[in-house]
Write a protein that binds this ligand. Structure first.
Ligand code: AMP
Length: 143
């Protein structure tokens, strides 16, 4: 199973925010959209960073609520790890585990084509294991 299989199911919509938006705006979007991270994109739709609920919690702890007026650009992670459509779920799981993050944007022809979360990966892996189990049961039954 590949990233493409996940995107076929969930679509390619990615919720983005501008780097100049405030942290308060990011918090509102994360809460209202019920998601864990926002891609930060520049004027030409290029990825300039990612901001997740973890970043928000960290700066709130460090600096207090005054930080909510700070631009997202000052809090986001700038070096974003991405993936391609044809990569396997196992590869993405490995990337998430080693990088200790739960969101990976998908890039196709230099453009944002979707985002895969740890929830998507776990769901896909479970369904893959269920299919394997069914196939094995059928094999044993008919052997
Ligand atoms: P998350 O587990 O996705 O909430 O993110 C944990 C930390 O990793 C936060 O500091 C995020 O900004 C950062 N992060 C999330 N996704 C990525 C990614 N694809 N590449 C690099 N950093 C990321």
């Amino acid at each position: 199973m590949t990233v493409n299989d996940i995107l076929l199911h969930k679509g390619s919509q990615v919720i983005t925010i501008e780097p100049a938006a405030t942290l308060a705006m990011a918090v509102q979007m994360l809460a209202q959209r019920r998601i864990g991270a926002l891609l930060v994109t520049g004027a030409d739709h290029r990825i300039v960073g990612i901001i997740s609920e973890r970043d928000v919690v960290r700066v709130l702890d460090e600096k207090g609520t005054a930080v909510l007026g700070t631009p997202v650009a000052e809090v986001m992670t700038r070096r974003v790890v991405t993936c391609a459509r044809n990569e396997t779920i196992a590869e993405i799981m490995e990337r998430m585990t080693s990088g200790k993050f739960r969101h990976v944007p998908v890039i196709e022809h230099g453009r944002l084509a979707g985002i895969v979360s740890i929830g998507d990966v776990v769901k896909a892996r479970l369904s893959e294991l269920e299919h394997e189990q069914d196939a094995l049961r059928e094999y044993i039954r008919t052997a």
